[in-house]
Design a protein around this ligand. Structure first.
Ligand code: BTN
Length: 248
């Protein structure tokens, strides 16, 4: 069960860092939550603001068999969070590859990391940050939103975490392990993504250079896009940000 082994800190540098340093001594599916993180980070090492009131946690997996690809573990959580928000009447979208947006504003970010010492990952860490009751910093108000403002009340972060973990384990993770259902789960993920085939999107690289392209194909690992000169290229998750043209 996800969270059967549960560790809570009032404050820590980062729950992902904690698992990176301690994964050897902890069982698979350990959950580490912190009320406050002093050096929370997201994809591409971006700073992740982690003030009191938000849900900041990481989950450890030590895969003995499939799936080995960390993106599958991240997808388990994007779908479980999507379903959990729906229970609170929130209609979110999954922003490719794995953030959750409500009305184009970010409510949740997920980062997946693998620890590889041989050919396959020894450990996979999924770090989840959800704006629940935490105030959104002023400079992020146009880009981020919290659950409290959407449903007009505070919700216990532990309750939400347990709901997500329960859903992740029973509806997605066990199916990934037991059945040949990677494609079924991927199909559901494609349905709730914020982008579709033929959409025009803006790619933003690490130097903030922007380019508008059209989407030809969406796969779990990459997007195939066509640029204005007709060149087709593959965009791998994590290398580049993808925004809907005209969106945030
Ligand atoms: C992103 O949007 O880039 C992903 C953000 C992930 C933040 C979470 S908060 C809990 C865990 N610990 C971290 O340092 N990062 C993740």
């Amino acid at each position: 069960m996800i969270g059967e082994n549960y560790i809570h800190f009032y404050d820590i540098d980062s729950t992902n860092n904690y698992l990176k340093n301690n994964w050897r001594n902890l069982p698979s599916e350990t959950v580490v939550r912190a009320s406050v993180q002093n050096s929370g980070y997201g994809r591409k090492g971006n700073h992740w603001s982690s003030e009191l009131g938000g849900l900041w946690y990481s989950v450890l997996f030590k895969p003995k068999s499939r799936p080995l690809n960390p993106w599958h573990y991240v997808r388990v959580f994007s779908l479980a969070i999507y379903d959990t928000l729906a229970k609170y009447s929130i209609n979110a979208k999954i922003k490719w590859p794995n953030d959750l947006l409500v009305n184009d504003k970010k409510i949740c970010g997920i980062v997946g990391e693998s620890i590889i010492t041989g050919k396959v990952p020894n450990a996979i860490i999924v770090g989840i940050g959800i704006n629940v009751n935490n105030d959104i910093p002023y400079h992020l108000k146009n880009y981020a939103v919290n659950l409290k403002s959407l449903i007009d009340k505070e919700v216990s972060v532990e309750k939400i975490m347990n709901e997500i973990n329960h859903k992740a384990y029973n509806s997605y993770y066990l199916r990934y392990l037991k059945e040949k259902s990677v494609s079924v789960i991927t199909k559901k993920w494609l349905k709730v993504l914020n982008i579709k085939i033929n959409d025009e999107v803006t790619l933003i690289n690490l130097n903030e250079k922007k380019e508008n392209v059209f989407i030809e194909k969406i796969t779990p690992d990459y997007l195939e896009v066509i640029d204005i000169d007709g060149n087709i290229k593959k965009i791998y998750a994590g290398e580049i940000s993808v925004r809907k043209s005209g969106g945030k």
